[in-house]
Design a binder for this molecule. Structure first.
Ligand code: HEM
Length: 126
């Protein structure tokens, strides 16, 4: 098991995670059917997002929260979906990486997912 320490490690992690997500019964349809995501665009964005969050290498400039609201308006993004997202993320990390940065990646994703789940729920009440 190796440490999570380079951009190449992040690319490997993100690719493996979205391999799981893309065929996942609980959340895969958001990407494939609801947002009809262009993976060739989405994956590089996610490499940069995680590089920025974990290594402070500011390669992502965007608003990660904003893109989820239109999806939530089409099909509710519920707390159990975020919990499942976190489960797949944690699994992918634990299968491939070890060390402090791997722990940080789980911790940060969990916090963002909780916040996102909350914001999506609030938006549905408006
Ligand atoms: C069930 C949970 C989630 C679903 C279904 C979901 C779905 C999506 C989809 C479909 C897109 C692409 C939007 C588009 O390009 O049209 C996207 C973008 C993105 N997601 Fe999520 N997401 C989830 C949770 C998360 C979480 C927990 C994070 C952060 C830890 C996250 C971070 C991002 C980022 C950074 C982008 C790119 C935003 C940009 O275009 O700048 N997502 N998500």
């Amino acid at each position: 098991m190796k440490k999570l320490e380079t951009r190449a490690d992040i690319e490997e992690l993100v690719n493996k995670f979205y391999d799981k997500v893309g065929t996942d019964e609980t959340i895969g349809f958001f990407f494939n059917d609801v947002a009809k995501v262009d993976w060739s665009q989405h994956l590089p964005k996610m490499y940069s997002f995680w590089e920025t969050l974990l290594f402070g290498q500011i390669s992502y400039k965007g608003n990660p929260m904003a893109v989820h609201f239109p999806i939530n308006s089409k099909v509710a993004l519920e707390k159990h979906h975020f919990a499942h997202w976190v489960k797949l993320w944690t699994q992918t990390i634990e299968e491939n990486f070890t060390g402090e940065m791997a722990e940080t990646a789980i911790y940060k994703a969990t916090n963002i997912a909780n916040l996102m789940g909350h914001k999506m729920e609030m938006a549905r009440r408006l």
